[in-house]
Design a protein around this ligand. Structure first.
Ligand SMILES: Cc1cc2nc3c(=O)[nH]c(=O)nc-3n(C[C@H](O)[C@H](O)[C@H](O)COP(=O)(O)OP(=O)(O)OC[C@H]3O[C@@H](n4cnc5c(N)ncnc54)[C@H](O)[C@@H]3O)c2cc1C
Length: 429
């Protein structure tokens, strides 16, 4: 909202200044939080600790202190805030903020109000995650981990995910929401049936591909500039379930490569199963890169006695690549898993014998990054700046990226990059 609002605010400011000059020869002053009507003022926080918490994000690169933080307890509170701002001679900027895993100040404002969406989840007006047979209605402030847990109790699951589950529905739908399932289902923004949005005028509007579709497509991937997502309707399908929900339902495989072109060729092969409607198609395909001198690597997936061997491969080759592959199963398909895995691995060119597998419950698998997160927090890696870059690279240039960026810049110049991830996908998704 902030960029949009600032354009509107400039236009309104000009208009209002003109009329004030003509009528009273007075001045329009910027908004002061102390002037706010009591009903709204009760939800505005001005204390230093709250302002300080709202002045940075996960990136820790950009810092902006807002004039106030608004803590809504209902959707109507959000409407009232926006309408109040619009009623002022100089409307203030409003920046929506979920859990603030953004990395470049997207949730910050220095001349306005941070709208703390997470407070909407405190609402006592019943649950903000309601499961139906084919979809779930979710508050924009809700975390995907809670969507997973709630829908899974019903044996159901959304189709599209992020790898990390402690991000919010409104936050990822304002961006894209991607992971290794994108080649099958597209990003999360392609998996939404309907939205409730509070617009820049303070109206609450229901929108979908057939109703107010311009608003719907503007808000999805709209970087929070076209309205506040207060509810999203997300389609559901059957989750991989076994007799007991906490039994194993996911086969995870990790394949290790020292040749980048073999890796991309194999990723393309793996995502082609789905295009051919082959029932052995994997449910998830991604890859990551281990670069020498970038330790500590998270090698916890691999058997303990293989971890030093993989580290020595990284030292030997400078860069090692992996494919992460997942196949879901249930009571019926469990018995065919061996053949299905063999069919997936047939003809792949990973380093011989460097194929590892592990079975996990669906919930544990979906939340797999949480363990890594806890380790990173305990080692202080959460409290350092996190520059972050997402790129869409066409197939025709991916080997140039490996040579030019991974080998010639990152490896040669010993630049610290964390763990680069690769998600192969189809352009039509
Ligand atoms: C450790 C980690 C792992 C990640 N893994 C993935 C991944 O696997 N896949 C992936 O796609 N992304 C991933 N991300 C990026 C993440 O999806 C983005 O940071 C995204 O912005 C969501 O973060 P958030 O929910 O914390 O939203 P915030 O950072 O709070 O907000 C993000 C943007 O959305 C706007 N916004 C927030 N709530 C609303 C709302 N209700 N209505 C309208 N606008 C709103 C904000 O103004 C801001 O512009 C990861 C981030 C981290 C830190």
């Amino acid at each position: 909202m902030s960029r949009n609002n600032s354009i509107v605010s400039k236009a309104l400011t000009l208009l209002c200044l003109t009329s004030i000059v003509v009528l009273t020869m007075g001045h329009a002053h910027p908004w002061l939080p102390s002037q706010t009507p009591k009903k709204l003022a009760l939800k505005l926080s001005l204390n230093n600790q709250t302002l300080s918490l709202a002045s940075s994000d996960f990136g820790l690169i950009i810092h902006k202190t807002p004039l106030a933080v608004f803590e809504p307890s209902s959707v109507n509170d959000i409407r009232d805030l926006i309408k109040y701002s619009n009623s002022l001679p100089m409307p203030f900027t409003i920046a929506e903020r979920g859990p603030a895993h953004s990395t470049h100040g997207q949730t910050l404002t220095h001349d306005g109000v941070v709208l703390n969406m997470t407070r909407l989840g405190d609402s006592r007006n019943g649950s903000r995650i309601v499961v139906y047979d084919e979809y779930v209605d979710v508050g924009g402030e809700q975390l995907w981990i809670d969507v997973l847990r709630t829908t899974y109790k019903h044996g159901l699951t959304p189709f599209a995910w992020t790898d990390y589950m402690y991000v919010s529905v409104g936050g990822t739908l304002s961006n894209a929401g991607i992971n290794g399932r994108m080649f099958r289902f597209g990003p999360q923004i392609s998996n939404v049936l309907e939205l409730d949005v509070v617009t820049g005028k303070g109206d609450l509007i229901k929108c979908s591909p057939v109703k107010n579709s311009e608003l719907f497509y503007a808000v999805l991937g709209g970087l929070g500039q076209f309205g506040v997502i207060t509810r999203a309707r997300i389609p559901l399908g059957p989750a991989p379930t076994t007799a007991m929900l906490d039994c194993m339902q996911v086969k995870r495989l990790s394949l290790v490569y020292n040749d980048f072109s073999a890796l991309t060729k194999d990723q393309e092969h793996l995502i082609s199963f789905h295009q051919r409607n082959d029932t052995s198609a994997p449910d998830f395909v991604s890859g990551y890169v281990l670069v020498v001198n970038q330790a500590p690597f998270d090698l916890s997936f691999y058997p303990t006695h293989f971890q030093p061997i993989i580290s020595s491969l990284v030292t030997k080759y400078g860069i090692i690549y992996t494919i992460e592959l997942t196949k879901y199963y249930d009571n019926n398909s469990q018995t065919h898993m061996k053949e299905e895995v063999a069919s997936l691995l047939k003809g792949l060119n990973y380093i011989p014998i460097f194929a590892f597998e592990k079975d996990q419950s669906y919930e544990e698998y979906q939340n797999r990054l949480h363990t890594t997160e806890l380790v990173a927090i305990s080692k202080g890696f959460w409290n350092v700046p996190h520059p972050w870059l997402n790129l869409l690279i066409p197939r025709s240039r991916i080997s140039d990226f490996n040579e030019g960026v991974l080998k010639n810049i990152i490896l040669k110049q010993n630049i610290s990059v964390g763990t680069p991830l690769f998600y192969p996908t189809n352009r039509n998704k």
